[in-house]
Design a protein around this ligand. Sequence first.
Ligand SMILES: Cc1cc2nc3c(=O)[nH]c(=O)nc-3n(C[C@H](O)[C@H](O)[C@H](O)COP(=O)(O)O)c2cc1C
Ligand code: SF4
Length: 639
Amino acid sequence: MAEMSFPHLLTPLTLRGTTLRNRMIVPGMATHFAEPDGTISAPLREYLEARAIGGFAAVVTENIGVDPGGRVMARMAMANDDRFLPGLSQLAAAIKKHGTAVIGQINHGGRQTSSKITGQQPVAPSPIPCPLMREMPRELTESEIHYLQDAYAAAAMRLHRAGFDGVEIHAAHGYLAAEFLSRYSNARTDQFGGDLPNRMRFLIGIVERIRAATAPGFLIFVRISVQEFVPNGLDVDESILIGRRLAAQGVDVLSLSVGVYESYNRLTLLSGEPEGPWLPVAGQVKRAISIPVIGVGRVKRPQVAEQALKNGDIDLVAIGRASITDSDFPDHVRRGKRDFISSCVSCNLCLGRSAKPVMVCPINPFVGREAMLRDLAPAPPQVITIRGGGIAAMTAAWLAALRGHKVTVVDQSGEFGGMQAWRSRVPGQAEYGNAVAAVIARARAVGVVLRQAREAAADIVWTVRRFESAPRWARKGREGITSFDVLRDPQLRLPHRILIVGDDLSATDAALLLAERGHHVTLRSPSKDIGFDAHPGFRNLNRELLTQRGAKIEVGVQADRLEEGDSFDACVFGRIPDAVLNELEQWSAVSGNAAAAVIDDAYEPGALMRSVYRSVDLVLGAPTYFAADKGSAPVGLSV
Ligand SMILES: Cc1cc2nc3c(=O)[nH]c(=O)nc-3n(C[C@H](O)[C@H](O)[C@H](O)COP(=O)(O)O)c2cc1C
Ligand code: SF4
């Protein structure tokens, strides 16, 4: 394993008498694990405790509600009442006993929520709706503003009583405190609107109240979006002024994020986008203010954070999604071992999908189920062979080996990454190769054997199957081929002009791959956009990447015929959303021989996630995820 050293990341930092043992923190990340009434649940506590055990210097909790009218999700932890104290106290104790500081993020959603969640009309500085939530908020009166400032302070005092080391006021991402800060959402003409000192009045009033009500050692962090990427939104210059004022007010740390709901694409960057692009932006603010700053944004490799610390751009790094995939990130850094790190593929499934909002992850299916992994029951040992690779197969192999089975994974090709290894060849998606390497390393570390072979003697055989689109029609006597043929085989030679028909990620990625190789590519989606099965953020990104490579994109075009004037030398087929044609979609088994069970390999991250969770169920012998909790409560984005 590669040995590396990270002196800056591992240097402690003392704030108001609290020593952070290194520079790595978990930022606030909504999990939807809280109880429906807002009590901290055991899964939420165990999820955060696992990150403390893994060596993070501080854990900032997910945003905790200060008032029922500001709930941003159905399952939001709350701190607006003393009845939440026992759960909050247990959480603080669980984190602190591992030497990690615990900071409670306090929030009110303002206009970025929905009456379906709160049961009341959203409130905001001004009656301007959030373009995503599309619900007209009610303008707050001055007395309501004071009431809410008191509510933030009361929540902070409760967290203080519960043993938290401090709070982080969430004044980023377009929620209530951010709405006051920004001309984008604040059009008031009273003392809370207009010039920056007035727009800061809401936030400053909260800071003053908290400082006055808590002990001198109690930490106050404030999180702002240093760039909002919307018309009249905050920018670096205003952020510097905000930072200076907050420092003068006794705030200890300024956490620098970006974006609001409308610009959510900048907030949780996707695979194919740069790593750590906001760290130099944070540096511009840091150099102009006197208090430490936290930087964030697709930091998945310690090298990126180490360099930013060395450059003096940041004082602390927030490791968001990479702490979901790897709760032991800081410990790996400390031990100089990086092979298990970098496995987050920035797919944004952890943000949840409307039907089932709970935090999930295809790389770490035990997020929020840490106890299940910790208390894994050993099984009577069997010899298990898994035919075919892929992330789901490797997850099953790892888990089965943890339970005491002797596991061999065989693959005739000797390539064990499955469809995600194909994906890693697509421009910008090389990190899928890292994820594959990480899950293989995880399996090998517990004794799983990988063998280039067709079969291996076993008590139990599980086989991998893949879901692939089928070719539709041929052109000029040529067989149509599929997007997966293109993705699977780097040696596949194709003529110059290619039409790709399909509305899914595989079609988009095949188009990208071929355009990168210099083909004249047209991507034709029968749906209203491209990459329709993937996280919406990928649509814009992929459009950009395709356009940069000269590919032509057509959407909403019927798929069952060529257009007049079409002239292509080859046609490649991805998914075509048509009930009749879909019957042609096929499962392809890696090996057709009889097997006790199948494990699905899948391309699109959501489908991959489902197959990974099912592979966990297979090893545990019971449905642990999909059968439980059919929650359909409305969700906000909650970031
Ligand atoms: C699932 C999820 C939930 C989030 N919830 C919050 C939140 O409650 N409060 C907050 O300030 N940011 C939230 N964020 C934003 C993260 O704190 C972080 O800024 C963002 O994920 C970018 O960092 P990363 O690239 O390291 O993940 C959330 C992000 C994710 C992925
Ligand atoms: S769900 Fe995707 S983005 Fe989120 S932590 Fe897991 S791999 Fe990373």
